[in-house]
Design a protein around this ligand. Structure first.
Ligand code: SF4
Length: 322
């Protein structure tokens, strides 16, 4: 058996459910019980209902053969990538290698993997098995928050990610969750470091989930999230450099660009769409349909683009006038 996100199951025709938006990536989840106890994640609760959830998404279980059959024709349903995510468990790597073999035999769609690995040798084994991209999640941006929320050393995870980025150039991704106690300076500074190492960043907004330790914590302010999205977009497209960014009390106050320049660079709205591996749109991972959208899984309307750009000016941020 293998778990699929509810949206993936609907997209592959495994349920009769109609969705408001379909994923462009098929999201699969390996492993039953996570050894980690991250304070934001329902997996840490350990009860059966919680084990069916990762983030705010539910992950029903399906028969492997049925999933393989559906994946063989997934491209015709708009699927551009498969993402095999794994919770951390004892024999995780062996299980993952066997699952990768099955997926590679079923389809030629590029495969991403997001898993807890011990070292670069395990990354090499996963790449050798046919993985196209791999994510080592950092999640918590502030090192102290990392220790408190995830446990252990952020530096060790970062060192492994950066080592893998050197060994497997332009093949590594990471997940960063905005809203776990970091400042805008800390977020953009870490994004700059990872971007310079050619690590692709999937930005998430923290979502408080009922029953978790952080159930009463607030999601990030939307204006702050937009500034971080725009900052990452400017850096990855070489439209601005981090050393020109200006901060006041660790809040971003300028990208070092004129207001009119910034409006042109951001005018496609792409800065505010889901970031991460190519084809990964993660519909409603951070938000409920009809509520505030942090990561747009689709192109934005003109009104949405204008709203997103005007939100940058919240807080201390004051774009330079022409
Ligand atoms: S960015 Fe998307 S496809 Fe890539 S590892 Fe993360 S969830 Fe998977």
């Amino acid at each position: 058996m293998i778990r699929l996100s509810a949206g993936t199951a609907a997209c592959l025709g495994l349920t009769g459910s109609r969705m408001d938006a379909y994923p462009k990536t098929a999201y699969l989840l390996s492993g039953k019980r996570c050894m980690m106890k991250c304070s934001f994640c329902p997996q840490g609760l350990g009860d059966n209902e919680a084990l069916n959830r990762l983030g705010r998404i539910s992950w029903p279980e399906y028969d492997w053969t049925e999933v393989e059959n559906r994946l063989a024709e997934a491209e015709s349903r708009g699927i551009q990538r498969i993402c095999l995510q794994s919770v951390r468990y004892e024999d995780g790597i062996e299980t993952l290698l066997a699952q990768i073999n099955r997926l590679k035999a079923a389809t030629k769609i590029p495969l991403s993997i997001s898993a807890w690995i011990r070292d670069e040798n395990e990354a090499a084994a996963l790449f050798a098995a046919g993985v196209e991209r791999m994510s080592i999640s950092i999640d918590a941006i502030n090192p102290e928050a990392f220790r408190e929320i995830k446990g252990g050393s952020q530096q060790k995870r970062l060192d492994l990610l950066l080592k893998c980025a050197e060994l497997f150039p332009a093949k590594m991704s990471t997940h960063l969750i905005v809203g776990l106690g970091e400042t805008e300076y800390e977020a953009l500074s870490l994004i700059n470091k990872l971007n310079q190492a050619s690590v692709t960043i999937a930005l998430f907004a923290f979502v408080p989930i009922r029953g978790t330790k952080l159930e009463n914590a607030e999601p990030p302010a939307l204006d702050s999230y937009r500034r971080i999205q725009a900052g990452y977009y400017l850096m990855r497209n070489k439209a601005a450099v981090f050393s020109d960014f200006k901060f006041k009390n660790e809040d971003l106050i300028s990208y070092g660009l004129k207001k009119s320049q910034l409006a042109i660079i951001l005018s496609s709205g792409e800065a505010f769409t889901t970031s991460g591996c190519p084809g990964c749109n993660r519909p409603y991972y951070n938000e409920r349909p009809g509520r505030t959208i942090y990561n747009y899984h689709r192109n934005l309307s003109l009104t949405e683009i204008e709203e997103a750009i005007s939100l940058l000016s919240g807080g201390s941020y004051s774009p330079m006038e022409d």
